[in-house]
Design a protein around this ligand. Structure first.
Ligand SMILES: Nc1ncnc2c1ncn2[C@@H]1O[C@H](COP(=O)(O)OP(=O)(O)OP(=O)(O)O)[C@@H](O)[C@H]1O
Length: 261
C-alpha cells in the first residue's frame, strides 16, 4: 500500500450496547480506529454494521458504552457534534439533492464551515464574498481530485448511479473531515465503478491523510483496501484484525458459511 503513516488511536469505541425494543443490535462492542488507517466493519445481513456506523456519528445513542474521539469522551454524541468534531459520512441510499447541480450539492458540504451571517450572505458583502470564493476554491479542488469536472453543472438526478456515489463522496470531502465514514460505498456498482471508487478511497486516505471507516458487503474489496477489519455477527464482535487474520478466523468463516446456507 502507500507510504502513509498509521498513527495513534483517533477513535475508541468501548463496550457499546444498543437495543431496539427486544432486538439487541449491538452487544458490548469494543474496537478502535487508528489515525490514517482504513478500517472496515463487515458481517452478514443484520449483523449490526449500520447500527454501529450510526452510533459513531450520533444518529443512534447507545444505551451503554463510550465514544472517545481524539481523547475526548462523547457521552451524548449527535450528528451536529460529530460533524463539528471532524466526522463526515456518505450514505447507502445517497442523500443528495437530485434537482441541484453537482457543484451546488458539493457546496452544501461547506455549510458547517461558513461563518458570514445571513444578511452578509444575502447582499454578498465583504466577508461573505471573500468566504464564498474560498469555499468555491476548496470545492473546485475536490472536483478535480475526484475527476468530475465534466459533470459539475449537471443535476445529480440525471447522473448514473456510480457517479452519484462519487458526488456523495465529494460532498463528504467538502467538510474536510478527519474521519470519513462510508456506508457501503460500492453497493450497486459495476466492476469498473467499484475499481474507480476503491482508487478514490485509497487516494483520499493517502493524499489527505483522512482516516476511513467503511461498511462494505463486497469481501474482495474490503480485504484489498483495509488495514484492519472488525467482524460483527448477530450484534456481537466475532473477529478483529488484519485481513489475513480475519480470513483465517474460524468464527468468521463459520458465520459467513452459515450466512450463505
Ligand atoms: N431503527 C431500527 N429499529 C428497529 N430495529 C432496528 C433498527 N435498525 C436496525 N435494527 C435491527 O438491528 C439489527 C442490526 O441491524 P443493522 O441494520 O445494524 O445490520 P447490518 O449489519 O447493517 O445489516 P445489513 O447488512 O442488512 O444492512 C437487525 O436485527 C435490525 O433489524
Amino acid at each position: 500500500m502507500s507510504g502513509r503513516k498509521i498513527g495513534e488511536v483517533i477513535l475508541d469505541l468501548k463496550n457499546i450496547s444498543l437495543s431496539f425494543g427486544g432486538v439487541r443490535a449491538l452487544q458490548n462492542i469494543s474496537f478502535n480506529v487508528l489515525e490514517h488507517e482504513v478500517r472496515a466493519i463487515i458481517g452478514p445481513n443484520g449483523a449490526g454494521k449500520s447500527s454501529m456506523l450510526n452510533v459513531i456519528n450520533g444518529v443512534y445513542r447507545p444505551q451503554e458504552g463510550e465514544i472517545i474521539l481524539r481523547g475526548e469522551h462523547f457521552a451524548n454524541m449527535n450528528s451536529y457534534k460529530a460533524a463539528k468534531a471532524g466526522l463526515a459520512r456518505t450514505f447507502q441510499n445517497i442523500a443528495l439533492f437530485k434537482g441541484m447541480s453537482v457543484l451546488d450539492n458539493i457546496m452544501t458540504g461547506r455549510n458547517l464551515k461558513m461563518q458570514a451571517n445571513m444578511l452578509q450572505q444575502a447582499i454578498w458583502w465583504g466577508p461573505a464574498q471573500r468566504e464564498e470564493l474560498e469555499h468555491r476554491a476548496k470545492v473546485e479542488e475536490i472536483i478535480d481530485f475526484l475527476e468530475i469536472q465534466h459533470i459539475r453543472k449537471i443535476p445529480v438526478g440525471r447522473l448514473p448511479y456510480g457517479l452519484q456515489k462519487r458526488v456523495d463522496l465529494a460532498r463528504a470531502l467538502a467538510m474536510e473531515p478527519q474521519i470519513l465514514l462510508l456506508d457501503e460505498p460500492m453497493a450497486g456498482m459495476n466492476v469498473e465503478e467499484k475499481q474507480d471508487m476503491c482508487r478514490f478511497i485509497l487516494d483520499v486516505n493517502d493524499q489527505f491523510g483522512t482516516t476511513v471507516v467503511l461498511i462494505e458487503h463486497d469481501m474482495g474489496v474490503v480485504m484489498d483496501i483495509s488495514d484492519r477489519v472488525v467482524v460483527l455477527d448477530y450484534g456481537k464482535k466475532i473477529g478483529d484484525g488484519t485481513p489475513d487474520e480475519v480470513r483465517a478466523n474460524p468464527d468468521v468463516i463459520s458465520a459467513y458459511l452459515g450466512a450463505s446456507h
